[in-house]
Design a protein around this ligand. Sequence first.
Ligand SMILES: Cc1cc2nc3c(=O)[nH]c(=O)nc-3n(C[C@H](O)[C@H](O)[C@H](O)COP(=O)(O)OP(=O)(O)OC[C@H]3O[C@@H](n4cnc5c(N)ncnc54)[C@H](O)[C@@H]3O)c2cc1C
Length: 441
Amino acid sequence: MPVYGEYEVAVLGGGPAGIAAAVAAARAGRRTLLIERYGFLGGMGTAAGVTNFCGLHANVHGEMHRVVQGIASDLLDRIDRLGGLNAPHLILGKIFAQAYDTAAYKIAADDLLAAHKVDILFHALGAGVVMDARRIGVMMVETKAGRRAVRADIFIDCSGDGDLAAWAGAPFEVGDSNGHMLYPSMMFRLNGIDPERAGEAWKTIPALMEQAEAAGTHKFPRKGAIVRPQKSQIEWRVNFTQLARQDGSAVNGLDPDELTRGEIEGRQQAMQAFEFLRTVPGFEKSYIVDLPPQLGIRETRRVLGGYRLSGEDVLGCASFDDSIGVNGWPMEQHVAGDVVFKFPPIPESRGFNELPYRMLVPEGVDNLLMAGRCASMTHEGQSAARVSGACFAMGEAAGSAAALALSGNTIPRDIAVEKLQQALQEQGAFIGRDQKVPEGL
Ligand SMILES: Cc1cc2nc3c(=O)[nH]c(=O)nc-3n(C[C@H](O)[C@H](O)[C@H](O)COP(=O)(O)OP(=O)(O)OC[C@H]3O[C@@H](n4cnc5c(N)ncnc54)[C@H](O)[C@@H]3O)c2cc1C
C-alpha cells in the first residue's frame, strides 16, 4: 500500500475536537496531519448544519462567563472578523449559546490550520488500522487515488464515532444501559423571513405547535423545537426533527442502512416542519436555503478511558486533579419525542464541571488519544460534554498531550499531567482548578 505520509501526530476528523487537536499539536512544533472525509472542517457544526456553538459559556453563580478559551478564542475571532459570528443569546433563560455562519466557520477553520502549518487531507475516509502490538502502526485511508497508509507516532481519534479507537481494539460503549442513543436530527435553515413580523418567534413557536397538534393539522416528531435567527436576521436555523427506527428507538449512526433511511426521512421531516413554519407570522415567504450534507448525529461510540465523565459530574460541577478544561453546558437529553435539559443549581453552583485528562486516554492502545463526543463519558455525561465548547477544550488538550508525550519520549498515558496543565494555561486555555474564571463573553 502506498504511504501517503509520515507524521508525528495524525488526527482523524475535522470537527471542533479535531480542529483544536491538530492546531495544538502543530503549535507545539509537531508535524501534524488532519484527515477529514469531507472537503471542509467543522464536523457536525458545518456538515450537519448545527450553526450554533453551545458550551463556550457557563452560568457561574447567575453570571455568564466564557469558560472555553484557548484555540476556541482564536477560531471565534477569525469567524467574527469574517462577519459570521452572532452575539451570544440566552437559552431557556439560563445559559448562553452563540450562532455562526457556516461559510465563515469553514473559512476561519482553514485559515487557523494554515496559520499553524497543519497539513490537511480532505476527501479521505479513515478505513482501518494495522496494529503493532498495542500501538497503531498505520491508519489506512480511502482516497480518490486509492487506498493509502498514514504513519504517525501518535494518533488522535476525533471522528466523533470513535472509528479509529474501535479499529485499534479499544473498548467502547454505545447508548444507555439498553443501548439507546440520543436521537439524531436533520437540521435546516430558512431564508426570506421578515424579521420584524417574526419578532421573537422562537418563544411562540412551541405553543403554536401544541395548538396545531391539538387542532389535528400537524403532527411533530418531538417537542422542544429550536427555531432562531442567524447573523442575518432573514435567515433562521431550525432544529425540529427527530429520527427514530420502526420500534421508536433512535436511528443508529453506525449502521449504514439506518443512516440512509435517516437521511431520507430527515429531509421529509424537514419539509413537514417547513410547511408548518410557513404558517407562522413573518415566515410566509420563507424558503429552505440549506439542507446540510448529512443527518446530525449526537451520539454513537463512547470509547472507554481511565475515567468516564458522568451526569452526576455535570450536575455536581465536579473537580478533578487532572483537569484539562471545563464544560459549562447542562445535560441535554434527546429522548423519545422530547428534549430534556438538566442544569446544575443556579445560582448556587459555579455552573461548570472540569474535564479530566483520563477521559482522553483509551484503554488498551498506547499511541492513541480521543477527544470530542467519542471521549470517555457515560451516556448522561456525554449528553452535556458532547457540545462544541467541551469538544474544543478536549481537542486542545489531546493535541498538547500528544506533543508532550513526544517531547518526553513516552506514551500519552504516562505524561506528567501538571506539565500538560501548565502548557494549556500558558496558551490561554481555562482549565478550572485554581485558575480565575475568565471575565467577559
Ligand atoms: C442536530 C444536532 C444539533 C446540535 N446542536 C448543537 C448546538 O447547537 N451547539 C453545539 O455546540 N453543539 C450542538 N450539537 C453537538 C455538536 O455539534 C457535536 O457534538 C460536536 O460537533 C462534536 O464534535 P466532534 O469534533 O467530537 O465530532 P464531529 O463534529 O462529529 O466531527 C467529526 C468529524 O470527523 C469526520 N469523520 C468521521 N469519521 C471519519 C472517518 N472514518 N474518516 C474521515 N473523517 C471522519 C466527520 O466528517 C466530521 O467532520 C448538535 C449536534 C446535532 C447532531
